[in-house]
Write a new protein. Structure first.
Length: 522
C-alpha cells in the first residue's frame, strides 16, 4: 500500500501533545508526524526539499527494490533476479536484515518505508530520508550537475519499454549478452574528469528515435552482398598519422562505454542505445558514490536533530525517545577494528560525528578550533554553515577540510604505513599537529574515487588494420589489476568492440609497462 504525502502541511493541533502513543501506526498518525517533521525541517533547520512521495511497502517489495538498485521502474535482467533470490534466502534465514527505508533522487522524492516499522521508526525514517537525503539530493552541487531529478522516472520508464521492445524484436539472448557486457563496464561508463553536462532525460526518447531513424536510413543492403574480406593485417602508420587518428577518435578516452557506443565497428544501432542507457544510469548513480559519508551524515544529523526537537516540544513520549535512541545508536555504531564484523569506518558514524563536531565548533569553539577553523569557529550559525557544506563539498574534500584534531582524538584515529617490501607495519602518524594533518589527508584519500577505482583509458584503436583496441591502466602506488577479473572484463570489452583487445598496465610515474593482458576477437 502507499500514500502520497504532499509538501503542504496541515495545521498543527493546539497544545504540545504527543504525536502518537505506542508502536502501531496508520495514515492519520503518519500524516501528523510528517507535518511536525516538516515544521522543524523547514522552519528551524531551513531545509530546501523536493515534494515527498512516501510509499509504504512490504518486506518482499523491499527485497525487490534492493534487486533493482532501488529504482521503481527498472528494466529486466537476470542479475536482478539473482540478487532477489540471494537476499530473500538470507533474510528468511535471519542472516540479513533489511533497510528501514530506501530513497530515490527524483522529483518528487520517493521514499520506501517498511510496513513492519513501528511508528517511532516511521517517524525516524521520514526525517532521515524524506528530509535529510531529500535536501542533500536537491542542493549538493554534484547532484545538480550530474543528475536530472525531474526526468529520471520518465527516463527509466522509457528505458524499460525500449529494452522490452528489443527483446521481442532481436531476442532475449542477444539483449542479455549486450547488457551483461555493458554492466561489466558500468564503473568505466562515467565521465570522471570532464566537466559534466546537465542531462535532460526527458529528451532522450526523442533523441534516440532520431538516431535510430538516421541509422536505418543510412543502411545500404548492397554491402551485405560483397564477398568477405581477407583477414585484416596491421598497416604500419607514421607517428603523425597515428596521432591524427587518435585525435579524430578523441583519445585518450576515460569513458570506455561512451567510446564503444560511439566508435565500435561491430554494434548495431539498438545495441548502442542499450549501452547508452546503462551509461546514463551509471552517471546518475556516480554522485552517490562520491558522497556516501556526507549524504548519510546529513540524513543522520537531520533525523537526530529533528527527533530531539520534537521530544523537547513534548511531541514524542519518553518511550518513543528511548526506542529512537536505541535505533540511532545502532546506526552510528562503529565496530572496533579487531571485531569479526568490522568492515571499515562506518560512513554514518563518521559523517554524523563530523557534523556534530562542526556544530560544536560553531557554538563552543576551543582555542585549537579557532586556529584550525577560523572561518566558522564561534560564528554561532551552525545551521547555515552545515547547509553551505552540504551544498558545496563531497566526501574527500569534506574530510580534508573539516575533520578536526578534537574528533581525531575522540575517534582514536591513527595511521599505519604498510610497505609491501617490509615484514612489519609502521605507525607514522600520531596525535600531534603533523600527525593530524597526515591522518586527515589519508582518510580523505580513502574516499577519493580517483584513488579507489583504477584509472583505465582507451589509448588507441587500429582502425586501418587489425582493428585491435588498446586500453591502458595507469598503475598507482604499484597496485595492479587482479588478473582473473581483468581478463574476464576484457572479454566483455572485446564482445562490444568486435575485435581483439589488449590492456597494458603502465606505471603512472615512469610510463614503464608493468604487465599486459589480451582478449581475442569474439
Amino acid at each position: 500500500m502507499s500514500d502520497l504525502i504532499s509538501d503542504t502541511p496541515t495545521p498543527a493541533p493546539a497544545g504540545r501533545t504527543p504525536l502518537f502513543e505506542g508502536a502501531e501506526w496508520n495514515f492519520a498518525t503518519l500524516r501528523q508526524a510528517y507535518d511536525a517533521i516538516h515544521d522543524v525541517a523547514v522552519n528551524d533547520l531551513g531545509l530546501d526539499i523536493y515534494p515527498n512521495q512516501i510509499e509504504i511497502i512490504t518486506a518482499e517489495q523491499m527485497l525487490d527494490a534492493y534487486s533493482s538498485v532501488g529504482m521503481p521502474l527498472m528494466y529486466r535482467h537476470w542479475s536482478f533476479g539473482k540478487r532477489f533470490v540471494q537476499d530473500d534466502a538470507m533474510y528468511k534465514r535471519g542472516l540479513q536484515s533489511l533497510a528501514y527505508e530506501i530513497v530515490i533522487n527524483s522529483n518528487p522524492c520517493i521514499s520506501y518505508n517498511m510496513e513492519e516499522n513501528t511508528m517511532t521508526m516511521q517517524t525516524l525514517v521520514m526525517a532521515h530520508a524524506a528530509f535529510g537525503h531529500n535536501h542533500f539530493f536537491k542542493n549538493n552541487y554534484l547532484f545538480q550537475q550530474w543528475t536530472d531529478a525531474e526526468g529520471i522516472l520518465d527516463y527509466m520508464k522509457f528505458a524499460k519499454d525500449f529494452i522490452s521492445q528489443c527483446e521481442e524484436r532481436y531476442g532475449l539472448e542477444q539483449v542479455e549478452m549486450t547488457l551483461d557486457s555493458a554492466h561489466a563496464l558500468m564503473d568505466h561508463g562515467v565521465n570522471r574528469y570532464a566537466r559534466p553536462r546537465k542531462p535532460n532525460y526527458r529528451r532522450e526518447e526523442q533523441r534516440m528515435k532520431e538516431r535510430l531513424e538516421h541509422a536505418e536510413q543510412s543502411v545500404n543492403v548492397l554491402w551485405s552482398t560483397l564477398p568477405a574480406k581477407p583477414e585484416a593485417k596491421e598497416i604500419p602508420l607514421s607517428e603523425e598519422e597515428r596521432e591524427e587518428q587518435r585525435r579524430l577518435l578523441g583519445l585518450p578516452e576515460e569513458n570506455i562505454l561512451y567510446f564503444l557506443e560511439k566508435h565500435s565497428p561491430f554494434l548495431h544501432p539498438w545495441q548502442r542505445e542499450l549501452i547508452r542507457i546503462v551509461r546514463n544510469i551509471a552517471q546518475y548513480f556516480y554522485p552517490q558514490k562520491q558522497t556516501k559519508v556526507m549524504n548519510e551524515g546529513c540524513a543522520t544529523f537531520v533525523h537526530y536533530t529533528i527527533m530531539n526537537i520534537l521530544y523537547d516540544r513534548g511531541q514524542l513520549t519518553d518511550g518513543a525517545m528511548l526506542e529512537f535512541i536505541d535505533m540511532h545508536a545502532r546506526v552510528v555504531m562503529q565496530p572496533e577494528f579487531d571485531k569479526p564484523y568490522y568492515g571499515g569506518i562506518n560512513p554514518y558514524a563518521l559523517g554524523f560525528a563530523m557534523m556534530q563536531d562542526i556544530r560544536r565548533i560553531c557554538e563552543e569553539p576551543t582555542p585549537e578550533d579557532r586556529e584550525w577553523f577560523p572561518d566558522i569557529a564561534g560564528c554561532g550559525d551552525w545551521r547555515g554553515t552545515l547547509r553551505d557544506i552540504w551544498a558545496n563539498f563531497r566526501d574527500e574534500s569534506f574530510i580534508q577540510q573539516y575533520l578536526s584534531p578534537h574528533l581525531i582524538r575522540k575517534l582514536r584515529l591513527f595511521m599505519v604505513h604498510d610497505d609491501a617490501a617490509r615484514a612489519d607495519l609502521m605507525i607514522n602518524a600520531i596525535h600531534d599537529e603533523r600527525g593530524y594533518r597526515r591522518i586527515r589527508q589519508a582518510l580523505a584519500q580513502q574516499h577519493d574515487l580517483s584513488y579507489r577505482e583504477p584509472n583505465i583509458q582507451v589509448a588507441d584503436a587500429d582502425l586501418r588494420g587489425t582493428r585491435q583496441l588498446l586500453l591502458k591502466h595507469f598503475v598507482h602506488n604499484g597496485v595492479p589489476l587482479e588478473e582473473r577479473e581483468a581478463r574476464s572484463v576484457l572479454t566483455h570489452v572485446s564482445r562490444l568492440w568486435g575485435y581483439a583487445v589488449r590492456l597494458q598496465g603502465v606505471d603512472q610515474e615512469t610510463g614503464r609497462i608493468l604487465y599486459e593482458f589480451a582478449a581475442p576477437a569474439p
